[in-house]
Every structure is written in structure tokens, then in C-alpha cells.
Design a protein around this ligand. Structure first.
Ligand code: NAD
Length: 455
């Protein structure tokens, strides 16, 4: 596919005003919904091939998520598109001021492999709702899903405004040569830097949805059995390959007991042999499998540790006695390995977190309101989850995004619409009466007094 002509086609469509009317946006959002409903089997099969995802998991965390985003956007689109009145200072009266959202133009969405449907289509919901043309570049590391999207999108959506470009580094690099009006990238920080650098050339704004090590603090005195269930659910969903998954646990004084509960929870959810559980996923490829198995030596394996390269299977694994400077603690794990670190108190836990990059999410399991206040006030992260990992991203009113090394920008619900819109400032002042006369030179002493009084 000739990239220049693809982008040129969309730019022509945007220039002709094709995507601006609310009607187009609604039709496309509804068509996207239909794609997800009618294409469910095809997409679920692709997700099984790429990541061993079960049908229910695929629906809950991928297709269903996007359907909810579409429905939310359809419900609120009129309000989002409406201009908003803004207060005018008395020095300018009579006048009216308002903000008007306008689409940015042709936007590029680059998505990763771990939720290859959700992370491709959810940003597209916002881009379409805001009236943009979209080039979608799915991840080559989820090839079956990438191919399914490349088949389905042109079948359901407006080809003059929305295109899928498949490929890996070469194709993405070539795409980044093109001029876009926004680049929305989800993936790792190394490539995030490449994207940002490419964007500089055209002063293109970027959203970077990155990752990092999201900690979970577990305080003494909480219900450890319930905490363990929540941690196991949040960590081992999609075999740990979730950007918001708890990366490691800082257990305040109760690490040994927590480890026992984690073992119980893993057994209860995935059975004695998780490789036979239909609810447990696989590692995306051999490279990531090798990277992850090399991390198993970073501590004492309390549970799990079994792995099978041919099946790209790594059992849900808990590591204890993990030194803070071990390999498993120096990079984002992004797989089913959960180190539990023993810390003496909250001060140590907060200091540990603050010595590291700002995480995408920070979780705390505590019954103490003072701890909640301290966690919020003394740390910085994309999001905070008290008592439950990952689920904040399913609340459409909450912005989803990182800070610092975990990313820049936000989306979901109204925040997606804002991300893909320019908020235009409009001031409307009648020519008569000409109330500004007092401000025109020459500035007399009387005018000076008036200007001071009204400024
Ligand atoms: P990936 O390897 O699929 O890469 C993401 C995209 O970048 C792909 O489309 C790929 O083609 C492209 N790409 C790769 N190398 C490139 C290069 N040299 N130049 C240009 N483009 C290139 O996915 P990944 O980065 O391994 O994804 C995992 C990371 O993403 C983790 O760090 C995870 O935390 C993060 N993540 C973040 C979110 C979020 O919403 N914040 C969601 C999922 C994953």
C-alpha cells in the first residue's frame, strides 16, 4: 500500500469536510459497533490465536470494552460537540465568548499487541467522535488480530476517512514520515521516544500511553484473603500482559502470610495446573517468553515457576525474597511473575515508589483513611486504585493515561473527545457601541484611570 496516497486520500476527505457533521460521526460509531457485534467470532478467534485468550476474557476486556466506549460516545456526543459559553470580563462587555471543539484532521493511532482490539479501536472511538480521519496501525506482534482488523475495518467503516495500515517497524517508520495532526501511540517508552521525535518535525501533538512498574502496597490489618484474590485477578489476567497490572507488591509486615493467600487464590482461580485452565492466557511470543523466564531467578519461587516454551506458557508465579536491585525489579515485568517485597512501614513503601519512575497505576490495599490520604498526597502516578487493580480503566468518566515515564495525555469517554479535538476560543464583540474607545491611544490621564479601573 502506498502510504502517501492513503494519507492523501484521508486528507482529501477531511479537507472536503466529510467527517465533521455529527451525522457522519454517529453513523461511523454505529458501524464500528456493528463491526464488533458481527465480527465477534472472527476477532475472538484471532485473539485466541495470538494470545490464547478465552472468549469471555476477549469479550470483557476487548470487544465489550470498545462497545461500551461507543455507546458512551453516542450518548454524549451532542453535548461534547456543543459550544460552551465562557464568562467575559466586564472590560470587554458587551461581548460573548465561547469555546468550540473542532477536529484536528488526520490522526495516526499506533497500537500494541497485548489488547490488540481494545487498544486499536478504543482510541478510534474518540477520534471518530471528534470528527477526525484515522490511520490505524495495529501491532505486528498480534498478527491474526491485525489481519482481522485490516479485513473488517474497510468492510464497515468509511474508506475515505478511515484506513488500516498493517506492518512492523519499517511500515511504522514510514508512516511516521507522513504529516499527521495527532499521533496516539500505545506501547513501550523506547518507541514512545521515537514517535515523539518523529512528531517534532511537523509539530504534531502526541499522546503516549506507556507502561512501567505499577506497585501495589498491602498494609497490615487488611483482609489478606480478599486482597490476594484481587491481586491475582489483576495480575494474571491476560497472563500478566496488561499495562495496568500490579507489577510488584510492597507488603508491609505481612509478606509471608500474603504469599500463602496468593497461593490459595491462584489455585482457586486457575486450578492445580493452570496450563489446563481455559481462563489462563499465553505469552505473546518466544522473545517475551525468554525475557520472562530469565527473570525467574530474581527471587525464591513461592508458587508457579513452571514453563513450557513450545506452548509459550508460564505458570502464575509469585517470587519472594526479591532484592530491590534484582533484574525483575529493574524493568516492567509485563508477564505472570509477581514479586512480593517485604517492607517495614508505609514510609519505606512510599520512599521506594518515589525513588522510581512515576507508574501508570498505583494500588493500595488498606483500611486506614490516613494511608489513603498519604498515598494520594505523597506519590504521583497515572491513576490510583484502592482495593482493586485495573478496573479504573473501565470507568468512562475517569481519564486514562500516565505521567512522566508512564506517558503523556489521556483518553476514554469525554477525555478521548478532548484529546482528538482542538478547543477553539471564540470572542464575539459587536462593533457598536464602541466601548473600547477609552483604550485607544492617545492615552490621556483620564483614560489611564479608566483602564486601571477596568483591567
Ligand atoms: P508492540 O511491540 O506491539 O509495539 C507497539 C507499536 O509500536 C506497534 O504497533 C509496533 O509496530 C510499533 N513499533 C515497534 N517498534 C517500533 C519502532 N522502532 N518504530 C516505530 N514503531 C515501532 O508493543 P509493546 O511496546 O511491546 O507493548 C508493551 C508496552 O506497552 C508495555 O510497556 C506496556 O505497559 C505498554 N502498554 C501501555 C498501555 C497503556 O494504555 N498505557 C496499554 C498497553 C500496553
Amino acid at each position: 500500500m502506498e502510504l502517501t496516497s492513503v494519507v492523501g486520500r484521508l486528507r482529501h476527505g477531511f479537507g472536503a469536510g466529510r467527517t465533521k457533521p455529527a451525522r457522519w460521526r454517529r453513523t461511523q460509531l454505529q458501524a464500528l459497533r456493528t463491526l464488533l457485534v458481527e465480527g465477534e467470532q472472527e476477532l475472538a478467534a484471532a485473539l485466541r490465536t495470538d494470545l490464547g485468550k478465552g472468549t469471555v476474557e476477549s469479550y470483557a476486556s476487548e470487544l465489550g470494552f470498545v462497545i461500551n466506549e461507543v455507546d458512551f460516545a453516542l450518548k454524549h456526543l451532542d453535548r461534547w460537540m456543543r459550544p460552551e459559553r465562557v464568562h467575559v470580563p466586564r472590560s470587554l462587555l458587551p461581548a460573548r465568548a465561547r469555546t468550540v471543539p473542532e477536529p484536528l484532521g488526520v490522526v495516526l493511532v499506533i497500537s500494541p499487541w497485548n489488547y490488540p482490539v481494545m487498544l486499536a479501536l478504543a482510541p478510534m472511538v474518540g477520534a471518530i467522535a471528534a470528527g477526525n480521519c484515522v490511520v490505524l496501525k495495529p501491532s505486528e506482534l498480534a498478527p491474526a488480530t491485525s489481519a482481522a482488523l485490516a479485513r473488517l475495518v474497510p468492510r464497515y467503516l468509511d474508506e475515505q476517512a478511515i484506513a488500516v495500515v498493517e506492518g512492523g517497524v519499517d511500515e511504522t517508520s514510514a508512516l511516521l514520515e507522513q504529516r499527521f495532526d495527532h499521533i496516539f501511540y500505545t506501547g513501550n517508552g523506547r518507541v514512545g521516544r521515537i514517535v515523539m521525535q518523529a512528531a517534532v518535525r511537523h509539530l504534531t501533538p502526541v499522546t503516549l500511553e506507556l507502561g512501567g512498574k505499577s506497585p501495589a502496597i498491602v498494609e497490615q490489618g487488611v483482609d489478606l484473603a480478599a486482597t490476594a484474590r484481587r491481586l491475582v485477578w489483576g495480575k494474571f489476567f491476560n497472563a500478566g500482559q496488561s499495562c495496568t497490572a500490579p507489577d510488584y507488591v510492597l507488603a508491609i509486615g505481612s509478606a509471608r502470610e500474603l504469599e500463602r493467600h496468593l497461593a490459595d487464590a491462584i489455585r482457586a482461580m486457575y486450578g492445580d495446573d493452570p496450563s489446563r485452565s481455559p481462563d489462563y492466557g499465553r505469552i505473546v511470543n518466544e522473545r517475551h517468553f525468554d525475557r520472562l523466564t530469565a527473570l525467574l531467578d530474581s527471587g525464591r519461587v513461592v508458587i508457579g515457576g513452571e514453563h513450557d516454551r513450545n506452548a509459550r506458557y508460564i505458570a502464575p508465579t509469585v517470587l519472594a525474597d526479591v532484592p530491590a536491585d534484582s533484574p525483575v525489579m529493574s524493568e516492567e515485568i509485563f508477564g505472570p511473575i509477581l514479586p512480593v517485597l517485604d517492607v517495614p512501614d508505609l514510609d519505606t513503601a512510599l520512599a521506594f515508589i518515589n525513588e522510581r519512575d512515576k507508574p501508570l497505576a498505583l494500588y493500595a490495599f488498606t483500611a486506614d483513611p490516613r494511608t489513603r490520604r498519604r498515598v494520594l498526597a505523597e506519590t504521583s502516578s497515572g491513576a490510583v486504585g484502592f482495593g482493586l487493580p485495573n478496573a479504573h480503566l473501565t470507568v468512562p468518566g475517569l481519564p486514562f493515561g500516565g505521567v512522566g515515564e508512564s506517558g503523556t495525555g489521556r483518553y476514554h469517554g469525554p477525555h478521548s473527545f478532548e484529546t482528538f479535538s482542538h478547543t477553539k476560543a471564540v470572542l464575539d464583540k459587536p462593533l457598536t457601541p464602541d466601548t473600547l474607545r477609552a483604550a485607544y491611544p492617545p492615552i490621556t490621564p483620564l483614560k489611564q484611570r479608566l483602564i486601571r479601573a477596568f483591567t
